[in-house]
Design a protein around this ligand. Sequence first.
Ligand code: SAH
Length: 394
Amino acid sequence: MQEFPKVYLKPGRDHSLKRFHLWVFSGAIKGLAGKPEEGDIVEVVDSSGNYLATGHIQNGSISVRIISFEQTDAGKDFWKTKFEKAFEMRKSLGFFNNPDTNVFRLVHGEGDGFPGLIVDFYNGVVVIQAHSVGMWRHRKLFAEVIKEILGETCVAVYDKSEATLHTAMEEEGEKFLVGKSENVLVKEYGNSFEIDFQTGQKTGFFIDQRESRKLLGNYCKGKKVANIFSYTGGFSVYAAASGATVVDSLDSSEKAIELAKKNMELNFGAKSAHHYFAQDAFEFFKKEGNNYDVIVLDPPAFAKHKQALNNALKAYRRINEAAIRNLNANGILFAFSCSQVVSKDDFRKTIFEAAANTGRSVKILHQLTQPADHPINIYHPEGEYLKGLVLFVE
Ligand code: SAH
């Protein structure tokens, strides 16, 4: 077995690893043996030197992200088995070979035992995004393994780590690790979307809102709908497909609005009952009386770390309060938060405050979360990041 540098934990700090948590925080570390650099594979041992786990070392408050609780050389076979397990799960859930939905997440970080790695599937184009230097270093091996497992199903593998890892990426490398592809057309529950995976946000599409978009379709027939923070227009397309009379899409980014328009036209041609606003959401709601029957609020993560939590909660409260004020009687609000540091309770309390400030009668119809291709490792509850409430506003 290959020798890796060792990370010694302080006495009594091994509990979380014994319960299969996937992060080692810097405060738990007594010292290092060997001179690992960011991204190297290390073995984490207790204060007496007993093996606990193998992971990638990194700078910052999370010092090691665990990839295995058994000693391993972390070679090709190790990674291939891990990928196969992640792909098998999706296969058994019916994600592969489904002509109605050919966009889904293949690897969801900690949820699939790959801390720091996201892999998305866009109708044959596989986009990988590393959030840790350790994962990024393996990108070529990962691309090779993904191609081996998927075979013909995989036309290209693209590395989209620049956005997440720009400081660490000194090597300029080829972004297409396998094949090549332009923007790709995908289907989600039969709706068409063009995915700009090279320059779009995240890996190109917010795949995690698939089930919420589908649910929205149940409530839009004959309704006037606003999709606020619309990005590629995902919710707008579902609203229009289910018979909304008006669909307004709003995003502060001009480029996002262009994408939303393109996707609406792809599905419905150039219809006039859809409007686009490249505008700040808070400004938009300053004037009341927009009178929507259904509003979707799917903002970006207002809090990316704990220090920002209070301000983020205020922003969620403000925007939700404004939306509730702009709903017609018996209106419906789809309210979301994708901030990991905002707990389900925090979010619900914030929406409760927003509702109370308006004085309207509000009922919770649905409580939403991320879909099955974004699994939560039961030992790593931090992986539960997406929260949604569907509210009925009298
Ligand atoms: N609902 C989308 C994803 C939203 S991502 C989907 O299903 O695909 C969040 C979006 O909010 C981004 O496109 C970003 O450009 C936009 N945004 C960020 N701040 C904003 C603001 N203050 N006002 C309006 N849009 C904003």
